[in-house]
Design a protein. Structure first.
Length: 332
């Protein structure tokens, strides 16, 4: 995923709007984490680092709450290619970097990360990596919309390589077995798959990604039989074959709230993507979905926090690996 002056300013501001960034009291119970990361990594190098990132993130996301989903998605897309090394943020004059791959063309929110990094460079030049900034921004963006908190151990280094050809993200058209293999390859398990899919509670998509599924699934003008027919009728009213850029919510009725409602939608066979619906095809993921429905998401926030913590360790660079970029879009 601080000096007294900045903390007081932030606390006053957040208390006015009813958003709390307070850390749980157990945060420092285990300050030294695995993989070379540490919850207090910048304690002496840049003590205001986390407060600066929170302030900037709040400024952006409070004005445009939809950025929370966008920034969380950006973090996922970065960590699943070369690990959590901010390689997604790099620009290429030849348009052959990760951000130029088709799945990443709709990634947005780069300006938030850049603004946070610029603020850090003014206070602590050359100290805080873009990879750590992105991890913190993703966490804090979710907090702005009153989603769950999770610890963000720090100390990642920035990668220097970003290739379009290496972008192989979990597909919205994939079945559960393919998705499990994608997650296993990153050291994540089946529970992490279904838990992190819960982030779709605040997600949106374009009709173009589901038009075939609802209008012409097998080439005969039919729809995917795994979908709820009444839901398909609703989607058809909004998503016409001629309007692929129209936006549709992934968790209708609850898209602005980070909660467990997504699992209710999936259980009702209203998953927007194949990758959502297919979670009912695996015993472990199906049982998890049913549990969240019955308990009204009693464990979802805790589970999501734990899976996000795990995600933050995927193929990280530490120590003398990589670099600390001055600007997130360019290598030094």
């Amino acid at each position: 995923m601080a000096l007294i002056k900045n903390i007081l300013v932030l606390v006053v501001l957040l208390s006015v709007v009813g958003v709390s960034f307070a850390k749980p009291p157990h945060r420092h119970r285990n300050p030294h984490m695995k993989g070379g990361l540490d919850l207090d990594y910048y304690r002496f190098k840049c003590p205001q680092a986390e407060a600066i990132v929170r302030r900037v993130t709040f400024q952006y996301v409070s004005r445009r709450p939809s950025l929370a989903a966008a920034l969380l998605r950006m973090y996922f897309h970065d960590c699943f290619v070369r690990g959590c090394d901010a390689s997604l943020l790099l620009k290429s004059p030849n348009k052959d970097a990760e951000r130029d791959a088709v799945p990443n063309l709709t990634v947005r929110g780069y300006e938030v990360v850049d603004a946070a990094k610029s603020a850090l460079e003014r206070k602590c030049p050359g100290v805080v990596s873009c990879a750590d900034v992105l991890a913190l921004v993703a966490r804090d963006a979710v907090l702005v919309i009153k989603g769950p908190w999770w610890p963000v151990p720090l100390g990642r280094r920035d990668g220097r390589i970003s290739k379009l050809s290496e972008v192989n993200l979990p597909s919205p058209f994939a079945d559960v077995n393919a998705l499990k293999q994608d997650f296993f390859a990153k050291g994540l398990n089946t529970k992490d798959l279904v838990v992190l899919s819960g982030a779709h509670t605040i997600g949106i998509s374009s009709c173009g990604l589901i038009n075939r599924r609802i209008h012409n699934f097998t080439g005969k003008g039919d729809f995917d039989p795994s979908m709820n027919p009444s839901y398909v009728r609703q989607l058809k009213k909004r998503c016409k074959p001629t309007t692929p850029t129209t936006i549709v919510e992934m968790d209708p009725g609850s898209v602005k709230k980070f909660d467990s409602h997504y699992f209710n939608i999936v259980a009702q066979k209203k998953g927007l993507f194949k990758s959502d619906s297919t979670l009912l095809d695996d015993l472990e993921t199906k049982l998890y979905i049913q549990k969240q429905v019955v308990t009204r998401g009693a464990s979802f926030a805790k589970d999501f926090s734990e899976s996000m913590l795990k995600l933050g360790f995927v193929e990280i660079l530490t120590g003398t690996q990589g670099e600390i970029r001055k600007k997130c879009a360019f290598v030094n």
